[in-house]
Design a protein around this ligand. Sequence first.
Ligand SMILES: C[S@@+](CC[C@H](N)C(=O)[O-])C[C@H]1O[C@@H](n2cnc3c(N)ncnc32)[C@H](O)[C@@H]1O
Length: 236
Amino acid sequence: MKNLLGTEEVKTAYRRYAAVYDRLFGAVFEPGRRATVAAINTKADQRILEVGVGTGLSLQHYRADASVHGVDISAEMLEKAREKVAMHGLAQVKGLLEMDAEAMSFADDSFDVVVGMYVASVVGDPARMLAEMRRVCVEGGDIVLVNHFASENRLLRGFEKAISPIAGQIGFHPDFEMQTLMDMAGLELVKVQPVNMFGYWRLVHFRNHLVDAAHPQRQIGYSENYKLASSSSPAE
Ligand SMILES: C[S@@+](CC[C@H](N)C(=O)[O-])C[C@H]1O[C@@H](n2cnc3c(N)ncnc32)[C@H](O)[C@@H]1O
């Protein structure tokens, strides 16, 4: 992944997607959303932040006693999310804010859980987003990301590399490496789980606890979990 997407490129792409997003990416990404929310829906009364909340497809899954905030850089995507909150009466959603995940206005340690679904390969600078996710999450809290990562399959990898120059038009980086995410995060790893069609996407669950960032392979559980996840994926 070489070129970072610019904020305006992202906004333009998702302004176009907003009207059709649910039809294009609703059902196909739904197992990953459900798995992400299931991973953190385990405790009562949690303060939860979802970055890149988009059209709010995940919001109905959060438990009723949660206090959920969502942020997104696209006003058009957020508008769709607000419609869902109103339509389904989602009282656990306390705020949907137009905000850049790379520079959030929340105070440090504002949330028990921070999640990002299909946003890590979209955001202009994923390292800055991860740093912000860490900052606003309490020490020891949960940070969960679900994303497509560059495939280990040679043919698919070739295809992903071939289309990477048009990342700006399609609105995400198809060749985002999972190792890059691990290196950027430098956090204790709880688990990696294949999700969605053919297990081609990965749910990555971190504990907000910095490990030796210079040596991410030493992250607790990294090698064991990643090997396990890869070998259980029929696609790769
Ligand atoms: C692929 S969509 C995912 C939407 C939703 N999470 C889902 O599960 O379908 C990526 C979203 O990330 C948002 N996004 C991209 N860059 C962002 C940034 N810097 N800050 C906040 N949101 C951002 C986009 O506007 C878009 O709504």
